[in-house]
Design a protein around this ligand. Structure first.
Ligand code: SF4
Length: 428
């Protein structure tokens, strides 16, 4: 029986029990949310992961080859690194080399659920085998989706909401950066080239059929996500969102679990409205945000621009953050970029959980406050999100007194106050 079907029938599934245990909530509460579509359960081998309302904000790391750099070993290294630094899921976005082989290897080696974007492979195969993307038949695309589902991936991004209507609206209301989603760009090119509707929208029943066969979670892609602040929350973006709201309802009627993907580049003051709109239009379906990047002027630092956006989006209710690395807009990320991107998103997710008021979300912050006051360096290191970086800074200079750091040395504010107030603290 499908995960959502069980929840609708009031059956507490193995997945719900597993996730409820990890999230420290009642299985009955989680099961209700899964039944309503407000939370989803991803299955990977014999583990489960929950995403959605009332659950911790999750982080995804993208890996994958490109046509220019197709080094499988390096992608496996990035997979290991992302998981080591706390990624909850990994998406294999490979577009170079033997895509099937890479996906199978990533699935085999991954301790976390895997997601993919089948349109990439369908488009590439069409270009390589038939000479043009426009020669791709809808059957080719659905065959690739089924190939991904049958290879065990937990979810796939499908840009079902880019329609001919969206395209007309885009033409009437041109953007500064027209379309920046790879999947969206492939589909729009195909639609223009063939003068036909997006097969993922027109034959959404076939998408549903595959999802039901493999209990595959559909991540409704944002092909019209804005690629710059100038295009944020515009007609094309909202048009696609309206379609995604309708498709979410159809998926739920078929007991298919759905995540809805969102922007993109959004100024910080528009982020709350974007979350509210998505949650209203898609009736509470989990919201998966790419960043959002909160400014366009910091290439090399887009893990920071996106972490700022993600913290605000998460605070207002986004459930799932796709990391952005410092190499965004510039190059395929390397292992160091994966570390920076994962940690920045983990920080944003943690900040969001505090903002959401999730029970226990501030516990480690309180423990850190006490450890800092005691200048208990080993305790601080244990709580630190990145102990490696903690060491690198703490050990780079030797303090003049052993219970202070070199920031203030003998003028350590905490020590000075402790001396005069006689503060006594203990870690509870
Ligand atoms: S020296 Fe300054 S920065 Fe270091 S622990 Fe004391 S107050 Fe904090």
């Amino acid at each position: 029986m499908l995960e959502k079907e069980m929840a609708v029938k009031g059956i507490i599934s193995k997945g719900v029990r597993y996730v409820a245990g990890r999230e420290k909530i009642k299985p009955e509460t989680l099961s209700e949310k899964v039944a309503e579509g407000r939370a989803i359960i991803l299955k990977h081998k014999n583990i489960y992961l929950g995403i959605g309302e009332g659950l911790k904000t999750k982080v995804n790391a993208n890996i994958g080859t490109s046509p220019d750099i197709a080094d499988v070993d390096s992608e496996i290294e990035k997979l290991k690194t992302a998981c080591k630094y706390g990624a909850d899921t990994v998406m294999d976005l490979s577009t170079g080399g033997n895509i099937d082989r890479i996906r199978n290897l990533v699935f085999e080696r991954s301790p976390v659920p895997i997601g993919t974007v089948p349109i990439y492979q369908a488009a590439i195969e069409s270009i390589e085998e038939k000479g043009a993307l426009t020669r791709m038949e809808p059957d080719d695309l659905f065959r690739v989706i089924e190939r991904h589902a049958s290879s065990g991936v937990s979810f796939t991004t499908l840009h079902c909401g880019v329609t001919l209507r969206t395209l007309e609206r885009l033409k009437k209301n041109p953007r500064k950066s027209m379309v920046v989603s790879r999947g969206g760009a492939f589909l729009i090119s195909w639609m223009i080239g063939n003068g036909r509707e997006n097969p993922l929208y027109e034959s959404f029943d076939r998408v549903i059929e595959i999802a039901k066969k493999y209990d595959l979670v559909i991540s409704l892609g944002d092909g019209m996500r804005p690629g710059g602040l100038a295009d944020s929350t515009d007609i094309s973006q909202i048009d696609e969102l309206l379609t995604l709201g309708e498709l979410t309802k159809i998926a739920w009627e078929n007991n298919v679990q759905v995540i809805v993907e969102g922007p993109g580049h959004i100024p910080i003051n528009e982020i709350p409205a974007n979350v509210v709109l998505q949650k209203k239009i898609c009736k509470g379906a989990p919201f998966y945000v790419l960043g959002p990047l909160s400014t366009d002027i910091a290439p090399g630092y887009d893990h920071i621009t996106s972490a700022i956006g993600a913290a605000v989006a998460g605070w207002y209710g986004a459930d799932y953050i796709c990391y952005v690395t410092p190499s965004e807009h510039l190059s395929l990320p390397g292992t160091e970029d994966v570390i920076e991107g994962t940690i920045a998103s983990k920080i944003a997710a943690h900040v969001a959980d505090i903002g959401k008021g999730l029970a226990g979300s501030e516990d480690s912050d309180y423990r850190m406050d006490i450890a800092r006051t005691k200048r208990a360096w080993q305790e601080q290191r244990k709580i630190a999100i990145d102990p490696g970086k903690f060491d690198a800074y703490y050990k780079q200079h030797k303090p003049s007194e052993k219970d202070v750091c070199t920031m203030c040395g003998k003028y350590c504010a905490i020590k000075t106050v402790e001396r005069y107030l006689g503060t006594k603290v203990s870690i509870k």
